[in-house]
Design a protein around this ligand. Structure first.
Ligand code: HEM
Length: 411
């Protein structure tokens, strides 16, 4: 028997209320204090909010959680979701060892620190080019003008596909991310995700065919050639993992830029600090990731009956690890609701923990540093324009729909 109270005030479903979504941290605090390993009977899943317990979930639970096409059929789920599931079961994000170890090792040969370092100059150029377009206006929507296109263009460069395609990559990625970030089913959203999946499969299959004759440096080519201990990736595996890298790399980085900037603008002393001392940019990015985590939670399955925080979790029950709550756990981070860009000992879980620790973290950190340094240097006197901040309905990937700011116009 599951021992827990049914308390609607503690359900993660509260996030569907726009007011709670705008500031979910009081809900996370209530959960951490009242019932840190909470059976959410509305979601039919355990919700885990303390830092130490979240790490335990990441280390002990199974990532193999996405239903296979056959399971979907047996569950009587929409047949139309099956192509999405066919892709997801081949993505490293939804696998355990040894399958995960093999796939990640193969992909790692293609995504080396040298490749990330080589992108640095390009990222700076892209950031400058995007800001050049708005300097004369004295105002911009940071999301549409900068935080969306920057990671989309970087992704196209990283993959070695035409940069002109970046708007398609962005649109497909947003639609697919809706499947990753949400726990409530919405048929219209499912159809959009399906269209995006079909488009991405077709796009990457064609990119691979083109590159057989005209190789271009980038991840597509590297994954086609990757080999570890005589093992190579199949075409389906390449496509599935290009998709997860593309989606994982865009939505989250957009959110780091948007969430980070709004946090700085609401804490002008911290904005000044960073403006006057760029040597703290690295710790600043870590703090912005902790404070408003772009990826708020993930899901796992209990591999067997297990105890967590004094509760008995049964084999195959779903467990939601709330990174954003763990990152505000006062047991781990003193004064957790304070944005402190000089915070030391800041080992947050914004990039997760353990075997699935974010594959793109070095690239995300570099993009974040360049984005903030460039905005602070080139947009003097940035201010929030009066507006109602609207958060995207994606409950897992936290980000703003738009973010209007003003700054001193270029003379
Ligand atoms: C601020 C930016 C980013 C954040 C906050 C972030 C966060 C995360 C998190 C929390 C996970 C683990 C999810 C889970 O275990 O359920 C993850 C995994 C992953 N991320 Fe990121 N990510 C970011 C940027 C990127 C970038 C730039 C890329 C690639 C270009 C990327 C590619 C991936 C991939 C492929 C995985 C799956 C790794 C695995 O399953 O072994 N991410 N990311």
């Amino acid at each position: 028997m599951i021992q827990s109270t049914v308390d609607p005030a503690l359900s993660l479903y509260q996030l569907l209320d726009p007011e709670v979504l705008a500031d979910p941290y009081p809900l996370f605090k209530r959960l951490r204090e009242a019932d840190p390993v909470h059976w959410d009977s509305f979601l039919h899943a355990w919700v885990v909010t303390r830092y130490e317990d979240v790490i335990n979930v990441m280390l002990k639970c199974s990532a193999d959680r996405t239903p296979s096409p056959q399971q979907l059929e047996a569950m009587g789920m929409l047949a139309e979701l099956q192509p999405i599931s066919q892709v997801m079961v081949k993505q490293m994000l939804f696998m355990d060892a040894p399958d995960h170890t093999r796939l990640r090792a193969l992909c790692a040969t293609a995504f080396t620190p040298a490749r990330v370092a080589a992108l640095k100059g390009h990222i700076q150029e892209i950031a400058d080019r995007l800001l050049d377009r708005v300097l004369d206006k004295g105002r911009m929507d940071v999301i549409a003008d900068f935080a969306n296109p920057l990671p989309a263009i970087v992704t196209a460069e990283l993959f070695g596909v035409p940069v002109e395609d970046h708007q398609d990559l962005k649109d497909w990625s947003t639609d697919f991310a809706e499947m990753l970030g949400n726990f409530q089913h919405n048929p219209d959203r499912a159809r959009r995700a399906l269209r995006a999946t079909e488009n991405m499969i077709g796009y990457f299959q064609k990119a691979m065919r083109d590159q057989e004759n005209n190789p271009r440096p980038g991840l597509v080519q590297s994954l086609m050639n990757a080999e570890v201990d005589g093992s190579r990736l199949t075409e389906e595996e390449i496509v599935a993992n290009l998709i997860v890298t593309m989606v994982g790399g865009q939505e989250t980085t957009t959110n780091l830029i948007g969430n980070g900037l709004v946090s700085l603008l609401k804490n002008p002393d911290q904005l000044e600090l960073l403006k006057n001392d760029s040597s703290i940019v690295q710790s600043a990015i870590e703090e912005l990731l902790r404070y408003e985590s772009p990826s708020q939670h993930t899901a796992r399955l209990a591999p067997e009956d297990m105890m967590l925080g004094g509760k008995k979790i049964q084999k195959r029950q779903a467990v939601i690890a709330v990174f954003a709550a763990a990152n505000r756990d006062p047991e781990r981070f003193p004064d957790p609701d304070k944005l402190d860009l000089r915070r030391t000992d800041n080992r947050h879980v914004a990039f997760a923990w353990g075997a699935h620790y974010c594959f793109g973290a070095p690239l995300a950190r570099m993009e974040g540093q360049i984005a903030f340094e460039t905005m602070l240097r080139r947009l003097p006197n940035m201010k929030l324009e009066p507006q109602e901040l609207v958060w995207r309905e994606n409950l897992g990937l936290r980000g703003l729909k738009s973010l209007f700011i003003t700054f001193d116009r270029r003379n």
